[in-house]
Design a protein. Structure first.
Length: 437
């Protein structure tokens, strides 16, 4: 593939993978690997570039969206609003066959518009819905697999922390990425609900319940209304151009504080301080990854590694469908052994020329394709983090939960293929909002 690519592989990627294997945090693995590359590869780039590039990577007004989204999610979690959301979902869809399954998916979709994280979604929903489903005679495997699969929506529907990271690293419009995640997230949710209905009907569980009427639904809606307004406020503001993603995050935080303190009266000063501490920790962890990832991407681009990868893939086959399937296969393989964020950091700049220039994806479409494809790794052992959260709650072994999640995982890979081949699924709303011309 050329001496420059061999140089990068030996002095940059190999040390990076070794450091990851030793358990060094991803941000420090990238930074140390980049420093080693600059010191020993024989390039004439001074090591001071590492510090200046990392600082420049996070010196961005747009990236302020990340801590504000995290803070909004932390505040809502500490306001103890999950029960109110689930009660609303039960009144809304709980009367359909497989009702608790539909409640689980709907609650995940609503929480995704608040937390922006797959792991947060799973950790919040699993302790409530899995015991409830098991109590109602739903199979353990079904309950665990559904909660794990639905948690993926947490990082698709905005606010999405992975999309902010991808946008910052690759220079893609963060607002466009966030708005573009709405329709794919809804499609994933509806697909899981249809699959759950079919499974409940064939399996004879999740009996139909009587609809309680519009008055109880209206009461639950009123109680949950301040929370339900948040995704509308966030998306409506960005799509109408009233505020940017960063301003949207700030408005959401202020709104959440007012709702928590004066409407629900569950947000105390202590909880506010705890939320700020947690936000500082999560944001610092994410931003240092962004800073290191930008440097990694610059080095690989400088040495034409992405172009070399394109040439290699095209040499294997020039058929676009075959190339797309190869990329999806790559997502499956790396997702089994590495964390999703690490994969995004490495593969994001590498696959960009192939997907955008050769396969013809729009950058926003590529960002969504990359994020969803690598995020499905949280459902594949041995590094399926969501499976480790869900399995103990469902009292299942990792092997049983891994087998149970396969049908849902297959459906989500079909949706990934649709994201890659139907541009309007990702681009329709960004175009409406003015992010795509």
């Amino acid at each position: 593939m050329g001496p420059a690519v061999d140089l990068v592989a030996f002095y940059l990627l190999l040390p990076f993978l070794l450091l990851l294997a030793l358990g060094v945090p991803i941000a420090f693995s990238i930074s140390l690997a980049c420093a080693l590359f600059l010191l020993f590869s024989g390039t004439r780039i001074p090591t001071t570039v590492l510090a200046s590039e990392m600082y420049g990577a996070v010196d961005s007004f747009t990236l302020l969206a990340l801590p504000t989204f995290v803070l909004a999610g932390e505040l809502l979690n500490r306001c103890e609003l999950t029960d109110k959301l689930i009660e609303f979902c039960q009144r809304l869809v709980g009367w359909i066959r497989g009702g608790l399954a539909h409640v689980t998916v709907t609650a995940s979709m609503l929480l995704s518009g608040i937390t922006g994280s797959t792991l947060s979604d799973a950790a919040t929903i699993a302790p409530i819905m899995i015991p409830s489903m098991i109590k109602e005679k739903y199979p353990r495997e079904f309950a665990g697999a559904l909660v794990a699969s639905a948690s993926v929506i947490g990082a698709i529907i905005p606010p999405s922390i992975p999309l902010v990271i991808i946008g910052a690293q690759l220079g893609i419009s963060i607002g466009g990425l966030l708005v573009g995640g709405v329709l794919p997230g809804i499609v994933v949710g509806i697909t899981l609900m249809i699959a759950s209905y079919v499974a409940a009907r064939l399996g004879g569980f999740g009996a139909i319940r009587r609809f309680e009427g519009f008055r109880p639904l209206a009461r639950s809606t009123w109680i949950a209304l301040p929370v339900l307004v948040i995704p509308v406020l966030l998306l409506g503001g960005m799509m109408s151009g009233i505020f940017s993603p960063t301003e949207a995050g700030t408005v959401t935080v202020l709104y959440t504080i007012v709702a928590g303190m004066f409407f629900y009266r569950t947000l105390t000063v202590t909880k506010l301080v705890d939320s700020l501490k947690a936000t500082a920790w999560v944001s610092a962890s994410a931003l240092i990854i962004v800073a290191a990832a930008v440097v990694l991407g610059r080095i690989m681009t400088f040495h034409r590694v992405p172009q070399a990868l394109v040439e290699l893939m095209v040499a294997i086959t020039q058929d676009k469908l075959a190339l797309l399937l190869l990329v999806i296969l790559l997502f499956i393989i790396v997702g089994m052994f590495m964390d999703a964020v690490a994969n995004m950091v490495i593969l994001g700049p590498l696959l960009y020329p192939l997907c955008v220039q050769v396969l013809g994806m729009h950058p926003i479409q590529y960002g969504m394709f990359l994020m969803v494809g690598l995020l499905l790794g949280v459902l594949t052992p041995p590094v399926g983090l969501v499976l480790f959260i869900v399995a103990p709650i469902a009292r299942l072994t990792l092997e049983r939960i891994s087998l149970a999640v396969l049908p849902y995982l297959a459906l989500e890979f079909v949706i990934l293929f649709v994201i890659a081949t139907v541009p309007e699924l990702t681009l329709a709303l960004p175009r409406l909002a003015g992010y795509v011309t």
